[in-house]
Design a protein around this ligand. Structure first.
Ligand code: GLC
Length: 628
């Protein structure tokens, strides 16, 4: 049962696709305080799920989260916001209910942070739709919510293959060499990603001719080898007279405007840039149409980035900072003035002041960006998805984004942004997946091996052993970090084994994914969702159910060669060692399971189909399976 309480929403976010009539009255089970916070007293045993992309555990209790799409390169536990704004939450205590706060601006979820027994949810501005969902079970509540927000995006089958990315492959030769090394080592691969260096001076929809003299020919050559090229598109457009995308968008008035009606100028990768107004349907269609420049070259998929939107600076704020700096010239340069100097520039990034200084032209009226901030990345994804349907009507395209809001899940997937090559980030990725799935984001995954910082061979092995189960499986790293491709650490045998196994599992993974989309289910579930009466299962934070039949329990601790695994019912342990598959019946309860480096271990409730090894999805025969 879904009830809608409507508190003067300023805009139709488009998150919800079903029409529900609002009701008057108290938004039970919350109480509403005078300062417009929704308060819920949590039972001692109450567990809390959802909120999509956040730091910390599967059970969200014990922290404060703020929905505010943020370019945040440090996913440490103290953070309150990451790239997505996913305002769906389930309380599972004395009463069990879900709540979706459909609001395009900032909202804080204090889930037992200020007072451990109280959840206080505070929208910064009180203009929202609140949906309260009750049902027979956690799964039922999720399904009802998912049917409210519409079917999740389905990528092409080949997007279930493995992909390699690196900010640092600059030219065609770098990409070709990477393909060679994968294929020489017999490691399956389906996608190679192009980061911003393929563009001309970071100008969207351009290709640097020196680096890629013939992208069309190169894309065809790669496709012949079973590999798709997936270029990045950034939200901001370089402000440069003579650059056709800028000229045209400027002339048509498609960029976000400042108070005086001038294009608002910010700094991102291309330097001075302007922001397409994705909330304006005309501008959105216009931007989407630009993807043609690349689909015409044979490109079949994209990743959309910097669409929180990330602002290194606002032009006016930068000018003011240089003025302020002058006042510090000749100062004593003691610690305080040094820190002030530094702060003058640090605070420029993603500042609320800038977000308050530009406007969107939407069908519901003109809004300050600040009030609708969380919709920006979502609307960029929608713009691309709608365009790609027209540009490539016969085949699905791959599309995923960094920033998102619920609603974007119908148009594309997401990756979880700039994580680190840290052991803790394997666990964080695992813990993010069910929350994302609850909010409709099924095609998702994190940068395998970690984006920032240097990766090690062991970290990559363990990370991949988990990520073979994530629908989006991509190794990606930042410029300047140590190489972390599957061939980068010398011995390729172990990576060939793990990635080959991913391909062998695709019949199971893909059919589980499609089933989850069609039935509005979760592909990844916490054990609590399948074993609602099992108190131990409910507290497990580092295992997940994948589809109907598999449970995973990855190793995410440096040098650990075994781990405790909880089985809520008897299952078979399936051990995939290089060249050998073995199974063992295990009873319900705790087990100490040895997982030597390179073994992939998972648990099965029923026979699991395995395809024959294939070097890419083109060669994968989905029907020729054996059961293990
Ligand atoms: C952002 C993205 C990252 C990309 C980089 C350069 O940090 O999150 O994935 O490599 O920009 O484009």
């Amino acid at each position: 049962m879904i009830k809608l309480y409507s508190y003067s929403p300023i805009i139709n976010t488009g998150a919800v696709v079903k029409k529900i009539m609002p009701i008057d009255g108290k938004p039970l089970p919350f109480s509403l305080t005078e300062d417009n916070s929704f308060v819920y007293r949590m039972h001692e045993k109450c567990r809390v799920y959802g909120l999509g992309e956040t730091v910390r555990g599967i059970n969200k209790r014990g922290w404060i989260y703020k929905s505010w799409c943020t370019d945040e390169p440090w996913h440490t536990e103290d953070k309150r916001s990451l790239y997505g704004a996913h305002n769906f939450i389930i309380f599972d205590g004395e009463d069990t209910f879900g709540a979706f706060f459909d609001i395009p601006g900032r909202i804080a979820f204090d889930i037992g942070y200020t007072d451990s027994d109280t959840a206080v949810i505070t929208p910064e501005k009180f203009n929202l739709d609140l949906y309260i969902i009750t049902g027979d079970s956690l799964k039922d509540i999720v399904s009802q919510f998912r049917s409210l927000i519409g079917k999740s995006y389905i990528p092409p089958l080949w997007a279930f293959g493995y992909g390699q990315s690196r900010w640092g492959y600059v030219k065609e030769e770098d990409i070709r060499l990477c393909a060679d090394k994968y294929q020489e080592a017999n490691i399956p691969i389906d996608m190679l990603y192009l980061d911003i260096d393929y563009m001309d001076s970071f100008e969207d929809f351009t290709v640097n001719k020196e680096r890629y003299p013939d992208l069309k020919g190169f894309a065809a050559e790669m496709k012949e080898r079973g590999i798709r090229l997936i270029p990045i598109i950034d939200a901001a457009v370089k402000k440069l007279d003579g650059y056709s995308v800028y000229d045209e968008g400027h002339e048509k008035g498609y960029f976000c405007k400042d108070e005086d009606g001038e294009d608002f100028v910010v700094g991102v990768w291309p330097g001075k840039s302007v922001l397409p107004d994705f909330l304006d349907p005309g501008a959105s269609r216009w931007f989407g149409a630009q993807y043609k420049a690349l689909t015409d070259q044979g490109i079949e998929g994209f990743w959309n980035d910097m669409n929180e939107p990330a602002l290194f600076y606002g032009e006016k704020a930068l000018d003011n900072s240089f003025e302020e700096l002058k006042t510090l010239e000749g100062s004593k340069h003691d610690a305080m003035s040094f820190f002030r100097t530094r702060e003058i520039f640090i605070r420029l990034q993603n500042s609320d002041n800038d977000y308050k200084s530009f406007y969107h032209n939407t069908p519901d009226g003109r809004f300050s960006h600040y009030d609708v901030h969380n919709l920006y990345g979502y609307k960029m994804t929608q713009s691309a998805a709608e365009a790609l349907k027209k540009l490539r009507p016969d085949e699905p395209s791959l599309l995923f984004s960094r920033a998102s809001y619920i609603g974007a899940h119908r148009s594309g997937g997401i990756w979880t942004g700039d994580n680190h090559s840290w052991w803790s980030h394997i666990l964080q990725s695992l813990q993010q997946m069910p929350g994302l799935n609850m909010c409709g984001f099924l095609y998702s995954g994190s940068d395998i091996g970690g984006f920032n910082a240097d990766c090690t061979c062991e970290l990559l092995i363990r990370w991949m052993s988990f990520a073979i189960f994530t629908p989006l499986m991509r190794d990606h790293a930042a410029a300047g970090t140590r190489s972390q491709e599957a061939f980068a650490f010398g011995d390729t045998e172990v990576f060939r084994h793990i990635i080959t196994l991913r391909y062998r599992l695709i019949p199971y993974l893909y059919s589980s994914f499609i089933k989850a989309v069609e039935n509005d289910e979760m592909y990844f579930r916490p054990l609590a969702f399948d074993y609602e009466d099992d108190e131990i299962a409910k507290s497990v934070e580092d295992q997940l159910m994948v589809g109907d039949s598999i449970m995973i329990a990855p190793v995410y601790i440096q040098n650990a060669e075994a781990r405790h695994v909880y089985l809520p019912e008897a299952m078979r342990l399936i051990r995939m060692s290089s060249g050998d598959i073995s199974t063992e019946e295990l009873n319900e309860g705790w087990h100490y399971v040895s997982v030597p480096m390179g073994d992939v271990v998972f648990f099965a409730k029923s026979p699991i189909p395995l395809a024959k090894p294939a070097k890419n999805t083109t060669e994968l025969n989905m029907d020729d399976v054996e059961y293990v």
